[in-house]
Design a binder for this molecule. Sequence first.
Ligand SMILES: NC(=O)c1ccc[n+]([C@@H]2O[C@H](COP(=O)([O-])OP(=O)(O)OC[C@H]3O[C@@H](n4cnc5c(N)ncnc54)[C@H](O)[C@@H]3O)[C@@H](O)[C@H]2O)c1
Length: 327
Amino acid sequence: MEERRSNRGWPGGAAVVGAGTMGLGVAECFAAAGIRVVLTDATPELTREAKARLVRRARGHAEAGLLSDEAAGRAEAVEIADDVAGAISEADLVFEAVPEDLGLKEEILGSCSEAAPDDAVIVSNTSSLPISDLSGFVVRPGRFCGMHWFNPPEWTPGVEVIPAAATGEDVVGRLVAFLRSIGKRPAVVGDGPGFVANRIQNALFLEAVRCVEEGLASAREVDEVVRSCFGFRLPFFGPFQVADMAGLDVYENVLDVLKGSLGERFETPGSLRDLVEKGRTGTKSGAGFLRYTDEERERLLLERDRRYAALNELLKDFPPVDAGSGP
Ligand SMILES: NC(=O)c1ccc[n+]([C@@H]2O[C@H](COP(=O)([O-])OP(=O)(O)OC[C@H]3O[C@@H](n4cnc5c(N)ncnc54)[C@H](O)[C@@H]3O)[C@@H](O)[C@H]2O)c1
């Protein structure tokens, strides 16, 4: 059973504005960590329905052995308010998760910054709207930041923290420390289109769709290739460590072939060519995108094998989910 880590410091209280897919999951997570949570949605009726869904969801997690009864009880104790002002009047942290509509975000962030206590931090869960644009909707924007969770928020560890130009450094530090304290794995990233995760995820998705459209494989086969070939590595290593272990010279050769057939989108980046030219071809040469002492390299490769073997064991209990039929 996952016993979520308890947050014992800041924030004592959080408001969740927009209790849909993401807001409810984040509310469950905050509450399970011992934070006092107040929820609000578009209308009092929708807020009441959302609270009932939250209770069912937390009980379901407890019955499935995923959450302790105590943590589920804390989710049941989440409070509700009829409007934004009522929800955030005592909040240290305001989590905005209304639909991805710039006009609506402007309205809600405006109300939040009017009604929140002066020292409250306000964050938006936007997936794609520029944080610098949203920052302009907040009075005293030094206390505003992007905080992008992933679905399902209760279980996905990664959270992108996206400061705007005006965001206070202390605010970023507080958010990162808080997320770590509740067991999340925050990464501070820049305010570019799609931030980092959605940009990379969508590049992968587009190539997957192209493979199907070009008749290379069915959707099911593409899913199998992704999850069982290179996707298998991703819980443990990101693209830079993976490339360093494979060999950057190998990557360069493959990219040259891909570019020859598939065009400019596979152009080898200058930084990769430079590394190969300097002989920094990855772990085998002691440096690629990262540097490795002999000892670090040995440890990395051994850890890689140990983790892959453990994952293979785990996957025996979790074969592909047999859902969805062919087109
Ligand atoms: N769904 C995802 O996988 C995902 C992942 C990461 C980020 N996001 C982002 O999180 C945000 C919310 O997405 P979601 O998927 O939870 O949407 P959702 O539609 O499930 O939930 C949005 C909630 O906001 C409520 N709402 C609408 N107007 C409101 C108002 N004026 N005041 C208060 N509440 C209001 C809606 O009733 C709804 O319950 C979006 O910015 C989205 O881009 C979504």
